[in-house]
Design a binder for this molecule. Structure first.
Ligand code: MG
Ligand code: MG
Length: 276
């Protein structure tokens, strides 16, 4: 019997994860700049695919059995795994785009949420933008915690605390973050909430995708008839933010942020260190 593969990557393996992370970040930047009322989620999918292929990568969501798109596009009460299609984005919609790129056998994975502007519904926009901001803030709080954590489950505690500090929200528990490397989804699980037990040691070589999913209501979900799309059971809105983050010899580096996370980590007093 072979021993289980280590969750800790070598320095050379970490270096190989820089480019797929960067390609993923570029694709999400391209999609983000194209989100507006009137665009379909399938058009956003095409923008992401073109960006990834132009950079020499491949969309790794295509490697998931039965999935045929580059991104997941989840609108309003859809949490994750929304399938791109003919749905036309409306003013005021909140859309989460989850995207990943593979490059030379290594993977990146990240997600953003964006609210489509709507001058006619300022309160709806305010509530949804706040939901997205709380979710993104909790992601960065979790990444900041990783920088000094002894054990991985400290990340989930930091995420939960960051969300609770900003109001009453639901933190989805049925879907969690994960290790990432040769495969998009690897051990260990990365919880977005406080759990019993410490989890694995945080030390050089650990690479994780941290991805809080937060709702305006409850935490129960169901899957649509399409077999993929996860929606909130109470039909409240959801947001999703994700980054792939490497722990290395000299610090952490957010692989799917073009600046390694420098701007967003600054308020937490954390300075990311490039992988060399
Ligand atoms: Mg993802
Ligand atoms: Mg992921």
């Amino acid at each position: 019997m072979s021993s289980p593969k280590s969750i800790y990557k070598s320095a050379d393996e970490l270096r190989r994860m820089i480019e797929p992370g960067r390609i993923t970040a570029l694709a999400l930047a391209a999609v983000s700049g194209s989100i507006r009322a009137g665009v379909t989620t399938l058009e956003l999918d095409a923008i992401a695919e073109a960006s990834i292929r132009a950079a020499g990568g491949s969309p790794n969501f295509l490697l998931e059995t039965g999935y045929h798109h580059t991104v997941c596009a989840s609108v309003n009460d859809e949490v994750v795994h929304g399938i791109p299609g003919g749905r036309v984005l409306q003013p005021g919609d909140i859309v989460s785009i989850d995207c990943g790129a593979e490059f030379e056998g290594w993977n990146g994975d990240a997600a953003i949420s964006v609210v489509v502007p709507d001058v006619a519904q300022p309160e709806l926009v305010r509530v949804r933008e706040n939901l997205s901001a709380v979710t993104e803030h909790s992601l960065w709080a979790g990444i900041a915690a990783l920088a000094s954590a002894r054990h991985l489950n400290e990340v989930g505690s930091a995420i939960e605390d960051a969300i609770d500090d900003r109001g009453t929200f639901g933190i989805i528990e049925e879907y969690v973050g994960h290790g990432i490397g040769r495969s998009m989804h690897e051990e260990p699980p990365v919880y977005n909430f406080r759990v019993r037990g410490n989890g694995p040691r945080v030390k050089k070589g650990l690479v994780v995708a941290i991805e809080p999913m937060v709702t305006l209501g409850g935490i129960d979900t169901t899957i649509n008839d399409d077999g993929w799309t996860v929606v909130t059971r109470d039909r409240t809105d959801a947001a999703h933010w994700e980054h792939s983050v490497a722990v290395h010899e000299h610090g952490i580096w957010v692989l799917t942020a073009l600046d390694g996370g420098a701007e967003k980590l600054a308020p937490f007093g954390v300075v990311p260190v490039p992988i060399v």
